[in-house]
Write a protein that binds this ligand. Structure first.
Ligand SMILES: [Zn+2]
Length: 410
């Protein structure tokens, strides 16, 4: 059996007035998804237990078949795994966004999609200032990632960490256009995080990178925003838990990290950006190639597309619909047609969590999913969407259990 999982990140949503009362998944023209819905089942799953953040970190862990209530230890350690960073027993990883804060409001949690080169320069300046000649914070390491998505490591052996799992920090994408005053990190160890955020505000204020950005009409990166703190999780290898050998296609470090932590291969696709301008067709083609290449023994390919989530964070309904349509045309259609032409196959399509256009943020709650393929008896639904899923008799309240159903493992 060959398996494909397609994750349109954050695609689940509410009915929109601008779409005549339909949700983006329903309004989008998606013949390939609807054909799969007709041939299989439409169900719903909750991948974000209410006790945990309604984020991609929790949602995708659950989607891959791991109970987040048992396994989730924070977002940043998953991204550290993506970068091949080893975390020791005493180490903590912290997400370090470059953001634009204006008048105590989160103007942009991406610092206007700052480039990786610019981010790297700013973080080097922060590292320098926090080192022996600055705040003298031994054991702290800024690690540049991609664009605004970076990490801060706290090596506990060098400097005992003051944190516990009770530390709370708000994801900056949940603060878009909102006041940040009540959302600074709080709880054990938060003082030192707040101190660092304030320090970078001074360090970045007159930095040449920001001067150039302002001159070019771009938003400056005003400071780092620290959140997602945690220690390394220990996940059972996927092949051991479920059987198939998996591989992941994504442009987002979080998903690369989850793939590494569950023992999947990672396939890098040129032109995959993690944004609405991503190369959808290349993602679809690489997925097909991975399943058809006899030399790599992949029997489950997972294609994650961040674009619908990004469009939601921007409150851009048309862009969200278009992203879903691109996924349908360039990922779902070719992948389904390739699978159907070669032996036993199954496809699952599922977002990780809803991201509401109305609030521009992730939310807890059900996502609609399709499971189709060999051995799956079709239900009565003929299209994929949030409303059909809400009516379905098949529901996974503990969303991680959907994987067992999909794989057909008793
Ligand atoms: Zn997500």
């Amino acid at each position: 059996m060959k398996y494909a999982i397609i994750i349109p990140d954050g695609a689940a949503d509410e009915p929109q007035a601008a779409l005549n009362g339909q949700t983006p998944l329903e309004a989008a023209h998606t013949p390939a998804m609807d054909a799969l819905a007709s041939a299989g089942v439409v169900a719903r799953a909750c991948h974000t237990p209410h006790q945990l953040p309604a984020g991609s970190e929790v949602g995708n862990m659950s989607l891959l078949g791991y109970d987040p209530l048992e396994n989730f230890t924070g977002r940043a350690p998953i991204e550290a795994a993506a970068q091949g960073i080893e975390l020791g027993e005493q180490d903590w990883a912290i997400r370090c966004n470059l953001v634009t804060v204006e008048d105590q409001t989160m103007r942009d949690f991406t610092a206007d999609h700052i480039s990786t080169e610019e981010a790297t320069e700013l973080l080097a300046a922060a590292q320098e200032a926090l080192g022996p000649n600055g705040l003298n914070m031994a054991g702290l390491e800024f690690v540049p990632g991609v664009s605004y998505r970076n990490l801060l490591l706290w090596r506990g052996a060098e400097r005992p960490a003051p944190f516990s799992m009770d530390l709370r920090a708000t994801p900056p994408h949940d603060l878009t256009d909102k006041s940040i005053l009540n959302d600074f990190p709080r709880g054990p160890g938060s003082d030192v995080l707040n101190e660092m955020m304030a320090a970078t505000m001074k360090i970045f204020a007159d930095h040449p990178v920001n001067k150039k950005r302002i001159a070019a009409g771009k938003l400056p990166a005003t400071n780092v925003w620290l959140w997602g703190i945690g220690k390394a999780p220990k996940l059972q290898p996927f092949a051991e838990a479920y059987g198939p050998q998996g591989a992941m296609i994504t442009a987002v470090d979080l998903l690369r990290g989850l793939a590494s932590l569950v023992g999947w291969q990672r396939i890098e696709v040129p032109g995959a950006t993690g944004y609405t301008d991503t190369n959808y067709a290349a993602k679809g083609q690489y997925a097909i190639d991975a399943l058809n290449d006899p030399s790599n023994s992949v029997d489950l390919i997972c294609v994650h597309v961040e674009a619908p989530d990004e469009a939601s964070h921007e409150g851009d309904c048309a862009a969200k619909v278009k992203a879903i349509e691109e996924i349908d045309t360039h990922v779902v259609a070719p992948l389904a047609s390739s699978l159907q032409s070669s032996g036993d196959w199954r496809i699952m399509i599922s977002p990780d969590h809803p991201t509401f256009l109305s609030t521009k943020t992730h939310t807890h709650g059900n996502v609609p999913l399709i499971i189709t393929g060999t051995g799956i008896k079709p239900d009565a639904f003929t299209s994929y969407g949030d409303t059909n899923a809400a009516k379905s008799e098949l529901a996974f309240d503990a969303g991680w259990q959907a994987m067992r159903w999909f794989i057909g493992k008793k």
